[in-house]
Design a protein. Structure first.
Length: 239
């Protein structure tokens, strides 16, 4: 069975109104990474960190999936092979758009995590420092977000998918954050056709066999239309 593995980053959600981190006026221009996206920042000022993610959670709840999210859901539903979405995003726009095979390697705004026992549960819209874990009763709740210095989720499964991929696509990613930035090399070494869809070439853009530049709502929709219009799941040039 043919397999498509798709990595998505902030660029796919930007057109829905989600603030990106690395844009000139993005979230990292407004907040220091060390303050809101590290375990040390959380230990130093949990109120600031929890408030930051409460604001992100509120914003994510108010926006809708765009044409790119919906196109990937359509691809998953209609493609003759398997489609896996690996996202660096912590919003749930892929799921809102209809995708089911989504792996959140950097966590999810809708989830809370107990720092004491690793239990997860649906996060309230507004979390507070010292919230109680419903399983172990420790006052150790935190946003279920992978911060800098922490290991992304589901890495073994992701690398298994990359080893089996016939097509690897990266959509709206900067190519600056590892290990995700290394996925193209991993997929290519296993024989996958690699394609980047982005506003401009990413920091690892030279590693892709194919590039399409422009807004995700256009490039992703066109690409999915082409894939679904193919007579067979594996086209010339794909393993």
């Amino acid at each position: 069975m043919s397999k498509i593995v798709i990595l998505t980053g902030a660029g796919i959600s930007a057109e829905s109104g989600i603030e990106t981190f690395r844009a000139e006026d993005g979230l990292w221009a407004q907040h220091r990474v060390e303050d809101v996206a590290t375990p040390e920042g959380f230990a130093r000022n949990p109120e600031l960190v929890v408030s930051f993610y409460n604001a992100r959670r509120k914003q994510a709840a108010e926006v809708s999936p765009n044409a790119a999210h919906k196109a990937l859901a359509r691809l998953e539903q209609l493609y003759a092979g398997q489609v896996i979405v690996v996202t660096q995003n912590v919003d749930d726009l892929h799921e809102k758009g209809g995708s089911q095979n989504v792996m959140h390697m950097h966590g999810a705004l809708k989830s809370a995590l107990c720092a004491a026992c690793d239990h997860r549960w649906p996060a309230p819209m507004v979390m507070a420092p010292g919230d109680i874990c419903p399983k172990c009763s420790a006052p150790a709740a935190r946003p279920d977000i992978v911060w800098f210095g922490e290991m992304p989720y589901e890495m073994d499964a992701i690398f298994d998918h990359l080893a089996e991929a016939d097509i690897f696509a990266a959509i709206g990613t900067s190519g600056n954050v590892y290990p995700a930035a290394g996925f193209v090399a991993e997929a290519r070494s296993n024989g996958a056709h690699t394609i980047e869809l982005n506003l401009e070439r990413s920091a690892v853009g030279n590693q892709f066999a194919e590039h399409r530049t422009g807004p995700a709502t256009r490039t992703v929709t066109d690409w999915v239309d082409e894939l679904l219009g193919a007579k067979t799941p594996t086209r010339p040039g794909f393993r």
